[in-house]
Structures are given as C-alpha cells and as structure tokens.
Design a protein around this ligand. Structure first.
Ligand SMILES: *Cc1c(COP(=O)(O)O)cnc(C)c1O
Length: 397
C-alpha cells in the first residue's frame, strides 16, 4: 500500500530522504517502525469490506504494512517505476519476479553469468516446473537473437554480472525480447539504482537485493521488485507475493529506508574509490587481469559508459598465480575483510570459486570465466589510501 507517487514533484536526492514518508498521528521525524503483523477493524462490516477489496486499508503484514509501504514508495520514486513490492531478500525478489511470470510450458532465456542462486533458479528450479530455460553468453547479441527467435515468457540478466563484470546491452536485448513477447527482468544489484535505470533502457522489471548497497552497512536482508507493468504487479505478482509469503519485515524495511537516505552519497564515494583501486591494481605486476567497467581495458567499456552513469563499486581481479597464491593474498589482508557480501561500508573481498560460485561446479565456472585466482573486491567507504596500502602489502606478501 504505497502513497500516491504520481503527485510527487521532488528531485531524486530529495526523494531519497523524504519520498514515500507516511507519518502517523504522533508526527515523528524519522519514519515509524510498525512492528505489527495484523490490524484491527472498527466493525465486522469494515472487515468484510476490507476482504472484499472495497476498502483499501492494511489487513495483514504478509500483504502490506505501513513501514514496508514507505520503503516500496521510496524505491519506486528512486527507480522512476509506477510501483514496487518489497521482499524479504534479494533472492525472494528474483524468485517472485520470475515465478510469477511463467507457467509450465513457457520458455526462459537468461544470461549465463549469474550470481549462484540466480543461476539455480534459472537453470535448476524452473525446469522442474516445466519451464524450459536457455542460457546465453549475455555479451553476445547473436546468441540472444538466436535464443529469442521463438515465443519466450521471461528474459533474465544481471548487468554488470557477478563477478565477471560482464556488461549486457539492456536496450538491444529488450528490443529482441519484446518481439517474442518476453518480460525483461534485470537484476540491477551491481549497478545500484543510482548508476543504471533499466526501465528507461526498455526493461520491464528491475529487481534488487537491498541487502547490498541499499542497506549498505551490513545489517539487514531485503529486496525489491519494481515495474511499470501495473497489470502484472496488481495481478500475478500480487497474488504470488500475498499467498507465498516472501514479505519484508517492517524492521528491515525501516533499516533500508534509512539506508536510502544516504545511498547516493555513499555510491558516489564507493565509485570514486573503486576507480582509484582499479587503476592501482591494473598497474601492479602481481595482478594478471582487472575487470572493472571504469577501465578502458574492460571489454564492454563503451557500452558501460553509455548505459551506466558510473563505473560501479566492485572491482574484480585475477592474481598472477594459482589458488594457493590467491589464498595467501586473501589471508595477508589486514584491513579488508574476507566476506561474501558486497555494497558495504567496509571493504570486503570474496573468492567466488570457493564461495558464491562453488555450487556452479568447475565446468560451470570455466564456462563463465571464474578462475581459481579471481577475487572480488567490494570497495568500502574507508580512506581509499588505506585500502590501496592494504592491497599493496598483501600483494607483496
Ligand atoms: C546478493 C545478490 C542477490 C541476492 O540477494 P540476497 O539479498 O542475498 O538474497 C541477487 N543478485 C545479485 C547480483 C546479488 O549480488
């Protein structure tokens, strides 16, 4: 149950702080945390009207909640979407968006370079329910064209991808997808809502893990689904959300509302530091390869410049050496923590092959270029010179 965003006239930075705010009769400054599972009715007739959909009001927090509603409204304003639905995690958002768009016999086309759990949904889970899934090299338009030559229900992709940092042409793929009737769902976690606007590029649905940059301080899980397609949002998606229950906790929604207030300034700083870190790594002899959309050496640098307003906050690189050498480097870090999360105020480093992408298996990793010496660095908000000094000493170790 969101506010009427159509009447909103503020600029994006103002909306990040105030958009969607729905004050209670206590006139609180900070958004209220409505930690309630249910709501009461004045009369039995009112309850009846509420359940018949004749009176719009809160019924049950699996359906909607005032704090969650504020988060959904603010997210929709930020994305420039007609509506938003919050979820308990980013994966709940991915799953709800895909599962409520397909039925047995449908086709799903997805890019191969996916986060491990997204890969599981597309490649393993959907086929169990009779949805045929085709995986393509997302950077190769000819592969998209071939895969999208027959009717398709859903196209799913991450761009930039985790952790190869592949950039996919959202506009071109959306055009191909729409010709065969597909709904284009973009996992926009790596770009953040600040750096890339998939709906403006032709996509139909954007999904986020709010656990990453939106919280940004490693505290709360959450997710969000954003779209202009009100028929789907108020139809299949709404029914899926209400009856399968991937709803966001009001407390976590409140944490994410607070996160949104500082999202833009944090992402700006993350990007600036990530660019410096990438440039440092590119010139280091212990590093074989750096993957960062802000470097001219990135294979899709031009496309990144075109569809993103900044390079992103994550730098991936390959250590010149084997897995033992790579682990030695990871264990030598003093400031940067080893962790599988990203988008945090703290700089965090991951070894995808043995953690986030372990499940994909050696062949699966080889197929998408995840080697044993690849590491992923989520550049934090610390002083960038401290981050670079830590990398420098660990690379020398
Ligand atoms: C983390 C992540 C997810 C899943 O989000 P959770 O909040 O951890 O469930 C999905 N896609 C990408 C690209 C991610 O990085």
């Amino acid at each position: 149950m969101a506010d009427d965003n159509a009447a909103n006239k503020w600029r994006p930075a103002t909306n990040l702080v105030r958009g969607g705010t729905n004050r209670s009769n206590f006139a609180e400054t900070s958004e209220g945390i409505f930690m309630t599972s249910g709501y009461i009715y004045d009369t039995a007739e009112q309850a009846q009207r509420a359940f018949q959909g004749e009176e719009e009001r809160f019924i049950y927090s699996r359906f909607s909640n005032p704090t969650v509603g504020m988060f959904e409204s603010r997210m929709a304003l930020l994305e420039g979407a007609a509506t938003g639905r919050a979820t308990s995690t980013g994966m709940a958002a991915v799953n709800a968006a895909i599962a409520s768009s397909v039925r047995s016999g449908d086709r799903l086309v997805a890019s191969k370079a996916l986060f491990g759990s997204c890969d599981y949904i597309c490649r393993d889970l959907m086929p169990r329910y009779g949805v045929q899934s085709t995986m393509v090299d997302g950077t190769n338009l000819a592969e998209w064209e071939a895969a999208l030559s027959e009717p398709t229900a859903v196209v799913f992709m991450e761009t930039p991808s985790n952790p190869q940092m592949d950039i996919i042409d959202i506009k071109a793929v959306s055009e191909l997808a729409h010709k065969v009737g597909a709904r284009v769902i973009i996992d926009n976690v790596f770009a953040t809502p600040i750096l890339q606007k998939p709906l403006e590029l032709g996509a139909d649905v954007v999904v986020y893990s709010a656990t990453k940059h939106i919280d940004g301080q490693g505290r709360a899980m959450g997710g969000c689904i954003l779209t202009d397609d009100l028929e789907w949002a108020d139809g299949d998606l709404l029914q899926f959300m209400r009856h399968t229950g991937p709803s966001l906790s009001p407390f976590n929604a409140w944490v994410h509302l607070k996160g949104l207030e500082t999202l833009e300034i944090r992402v700006e700083r993350h990007c600036r530091s990530a660019q410096k870190v990438a440039e440092f790594l590119e010139g280091n002899s212990a590093v074989k390869k750096v993957l960062f959309p802000g470097l001219e050496s990135h294979p899709q640098y031009a496309l990144a410049q075109e569809q993103m307003s900044g390079p992103g906050t994550v730098v991936c690189f390959e250590i010149d050496g084997d897995m033992a050498r790579t682990f030695k480097f990871l264990n030598a870090m003093e400031l940067i923590d080893i962790s599988n999360n990203l988008g945090d105020a703290k700089s965090l480093m991951t070894h995808p092959a043995t953690t986030t992408h372990q499940r994909v298996g050696p062949e699966g990793r080889a197929e998408v270029g995840i080697t044993d010496s690849l590491v992923r660095l989520s550049v934090g908000l610390e002083d960038v010179d401290d981050i670079i000094e830590d990398l420098d000493q660990a690379l020398k170790a």
